[in-house]
Design a protein around this ligand. Structure first.
Ligand SMILES: NC(=O)c1ccc[n+]([C@@H]2O[C@H](COP(=O)([O-])OP(=O)(O)OC[C@H]3O[C@@H](n4cnc5c(N)ncnc54)[C@H](OP(=O)(O)O)[C@@H]3O)[C@@H](O)[C@H]2O)c1
Length: 246
């Protein structure tokens, strides 16, 4: 289905990005497993994909770094000739009440989660426009849709991604490029594992399906947005959250 397509998945060494990388590779794409620090884990993802007969390679790059992202995209285009699918998944949290969020943590979360999406789309714009094709899938969050206590930095970054997704959906709609977003709720990854049992219980109580989601639940939606079947869908924000944002 995604044969001969190259997919760049940011933050694919762990969690949701990992599941998205494995799924896109299973569907035939050559996947670039981007990571920032987790070299060994990124290599594990590549090995898992290769063992299943897929194609993948890892690439270290801090997606918050405008110049580094430009260099990564130039390298990948020089090597592969094309990038067809971009999944902006890399993300971090620095949860705290607003009076206690220091400026550095506000900027770090905004730059890693939101500016990173600008960095990748900006550096891929000429390539996508020239080829009149491209699929962009951005990872936002129910926190960006609903807001969330002690996540002012994170929720702002994720709401920013929603604005970027709708804007780029409009800007690129007539150019054969789709831009959509997935808003996961509470998914079992390292990001949520660090939360206290009390917060986990309170969060699960807010989920109509009454259970935590799995990275694979999110990967299925990413694969759909990347597929031919989703060719007439753009600028949409789909919640994969067990009903949390209803
Ligand atoms: N888990 C949830 O419940 C949930 C809910 C809503 C939205 N989301 C969103 O879904 C996405 C994935 O979350 P997750 O739970 O899978 O997180 P995770 O398990 O903590 O994994 C985060 C991934 O992002 C990468 N990353 C972090 N900073 C990076 C940077 N500067 N440059 C490149 N890669 C970077 C990490 O790579 P390294 O280890 O190499 O740094 C890792 O692969 C995030 O955008 C998150 O906000 C998650």
């Amino acid at each position: 289905m995604l044969d001969n397509k190259v997919a760049l998945v940011t933050g694919a060494s762990r969690g949701i990005g990992r599941a998205v990388a494995v799924k896109l590779a299973a569907n035939g794409a050559h996947v670039i497993v981007n990571y920032n620090q987790s070299k060994e884990k990124a290599e594990e993802v590549v090995q898992e994909i290769l063992a299943k007969g897929g194609q993948a390679e890892s690439y270290a790059c801090d997606v918050a770094d405008y110049q580094a992202v430009g260099d990564m995209i130039q390298d990948l285009l020089a090597k592969h000739g094309h990038i067809d699918i971009l999944v902006n998944n890399a993300g971090i949290t620095r949860d705290q009440f607003i009076g206690k969020i220091n400026e550095a943590d506000y900027d770090l979360v905004m730059n890693t989660n939101c500016k990173s999406c600008f960095n990748t789309m900006h550096h891929l714009a000429a390539h996508f426009l020239e080829r009149k094709s491209g699929r962009v899938i951005n990872l936002t969050s129910t926190s960006g849709v609903l807001g969330n206590v002690a996540q002012a930095n994170y929720a702002a970054s994720k709401a920013g991604i929603i604005g970027l997704t709708k804007t780029m959906g409009r800007e690129w709609a007539s150019r054969g490029i789709t831009v959509n977003a997935i808003a996961p709720g509470f998914i079992r990854t390292d990001m949520t594992e660090v939360l206290s049992d009390k917060i986990k219980e309170k969060t699960i109580a807010r989920i109509p399906m009454q259970r935590i989601g799995e990275p694979e639940d999110v990967a299925g939606m990413a694969a759909f947005f990347a597929s031919d079947e989703a060719g007439y869908i753009t600028g949409q924000i789909i919640c994969v959250d067990g009903g949390m944002a209803i």
